[in-house]
Design a protein around this ligand. Structure first.
Ligand SMILES: Nc1ncnc2c1ncn2[C@@H]1O[C@H](COP(=O)(O)OP(=O)(O)OP(=O)(O)O)[C@@H](O)[C@H]1O
Ligand SMILES: [Mg+2]
Length: 275
């Protein structure tokens, strides 16, 4: 075998291993998601059981109505959570489609509500005001972007072991046709010498999964970066030790993707270029 063949074979092996690694990361993310939702589910079931008992105990119309209302809200939430997990589990292919980032963030927060309460994290949402009109859709694979959101939000939560504020800001960058997302925590921060390493595969300062079974593999940010790059977006970090960290993710709108396509950018994700 000559040298160029050998190099080609090595490259193929590396590609295959990278693909397997991404697959493993997706499974880890799915495992974490299932863990989160099982807890969340238990919580919802407790609500349903308690209101069913209340409705049975009290025969008056008002209490019964309230009980049914509460049961319906809780059950609807449970159905939505199951739908999300099933969508993540089923979706192996990448499907880029027009997606509303606000809805995606809201759905993700729904999955983490109990966890954030447990760790005394207050989530502040700074979304564009309704008067500015609807936020333009981004061209995205919703499941993958949700994987990014989960990792960034869980990292933020883990950076504030004693609770704290978590700010999620979404805005429209009209000039560049991008939607910007900032996830800011007021946690431990990242020392300057460590910042260049955080997107490296297997870089982690966590000793292992925490009591919620999360963190420690060092694959979270590496996969966030590769997912965002597949979307032709960018991810940046700013951090001050002891003050906090902000991750900024910029994702192209459908309009920008169309423009890029028109100028012949073949790598651009679009419904016509699903892989
Ligand atoms: N919001 C944050 N605040 C402080 N440090 C952070 C934050 N986000 C990431 N880090 C640092 O970057 C490292 C890498 O993060 P990454 O998400 O890739 O891995 P991880 O959270 O350790 O493990 P996992 O693969 O399970 O997500 C973390 O171990 C931590 O040291
Ligand atoms: Mg992580």
């Amino acid at each position: 075998m000559n040298e160029s063949n050998e190099i080609r074979e090595l490259k193929e092996t590396i590609d295959m291993l990278q693909e397997q690694l991404m697959h493993a990361q997706r499974l880890t993310a799915l495992g974490e998601l299932t863990g989160t939702t099982t807890h969340e589910f238990n919580n919802i079931l407790t609500t349903i059981i308690n209101y069913a008992k209340l409705g049975l105990r009290h025969k008056d119309e008002a209490t019964r109505k309230k009980s049914f209302d509460k049961i319906l809200i809780a059950a609807t939430r449970a159905a939505k959570i199951t739908a999300t997990v099933l969508a993540v589990a089923k979706n192996r292919k990448q499907t880029f489609e027009p997606t509303n980032l606000i809805s995606l963030v809201e759905d993700t927060l729904l999955l983490l509500e109990r966890e954030m309460n447990k760790y005394r994290i207050t989530v502040e949402k700074k979304f564009p005001p309704a008067i500015t009109g609807p936020l333009p859709d981004i061209m995205a694979d919703g499941n993958r972007i949700q994987q990014v959101l989960l990792n960034l939000l869980i990292n933020a939560r883990q950076a504030m072991p004693n609770g704290g504020r978590l700010v999620i800001k979404i805005s429209y960058d009209e000039e560049n046709e991008m939607v910007d997302l900032v996830i800011r925590d007021f946690g431990c921060g990242i020392p300057a010498d460590r910042l260049p390493k955080i997107f490296d595969r297997f870089f982690s300062t966590k000793t292992g999964p925490d009591e919620s079974g999360k963190g420690g593999s060092g694959l979270g940010l590496a996969s966030c970066k590769s997912i965002i790059e597949q979307h032709r977006g960018v991810i940046r970090v700013e951090s001050s030790e002891g003050i906090g960290t902000a991750f900024t993710v910029k994702l192209p709108t459908v309009v920008r993707i169309k423009l890029l396509e028109e100028i012949g950018d073949s790598e651009t994700p679009s419904p016509a270029h699903n892989s």
